[in-house]
Ligand binder design. Structure first.
Ligand code: COA
Length: 158
């Protein structure tokens, strides 16, 4: 298994994951925009096959996990957890104080993953997600990161 930065070559595999797991999936344009914006985006690959991906807007105040997905036939094997841990490490190294995310209130599996990694529910965004018919609320979840990791890495005392 290897990590790489997401690129246009990953898009068709990502769209398959997205369309198979989301009632109102992101479009190809949504993913292209993320790549153009330079969001921190990782692909986990097994040889040439995409296993999973995640996209995060990183900033020093708070980083925002925008999307994460694992191929349906490879779920439940620790890949989602591994990818999310990588994203959190990246945010921490860049000096983020916390990571936030939204999750559909019906998405119990993703909620469990976030809870396992220490995310806590901090709010509900009403009607945040579109559905083919109507809207669905989102839980907003947050996890504080270790303070000062960036300064430890870049300004180590002798
Ligand atoms: C959410 C998702 C990324 C998890 O990836 P995964 O590789 O299947 O998850 P992992 O195997 O790493 O599991 C990590 C933890 O998640 C939770 N989890 C995973 N699958 C679960 C299941 N079927 N039921 C309950 N909890 C589950 C558990 O807490 C698990 O830890 P454990 O194995 O110690 O119990 C994956 O299910 C997915 O791609 N879903 C569709 C897209 C999606 O919903 N993205 C999130 C948008 S907010």
């Amino acid at each position: 298994m290897e990590y790489s930065y997401l690129n246009l070559g990953h898009l068709s595999s990502i769209l398959k994951i997205e369309r198979g797991s989301n009632p109102y999936p992101w479009s190809e344009l949504n993913f292209k925009d993320c790549l153009e914006q330079g969001y921190y985006s990782l692909a986990l690959e097994d040889q040439t096959e995409l296993v999973g991906f995640a996209i995060m807007a990183i900033s020093t105040e708070e980083s925002h996990l925008l999307n994460i997905g694992v191929r349906e036939d490879l779920r439940g094997r620790g890949h989602g957890e591994a990818i999310l841990k990588k994203m959190m490490t990246a945010a921490e190294v860049m000096g983020s104080k916390k990571v936030i995310l939204e999750v559909r209130i019906s998405n119990a599996i993703a909620y469990k993953l976030y809870e396992k990694l220490g995310f806590q529910e901090i709010a509900i965004r009403k009607d945040y997600y579109r559905l083919p018919e109507g809207r669905e609320d989102a839980f907003v979840m947050s996890k504080s990161l270790k303070k000062g990791l960036k300064s430890k890495l870049f300004f180590t005392e002798s």
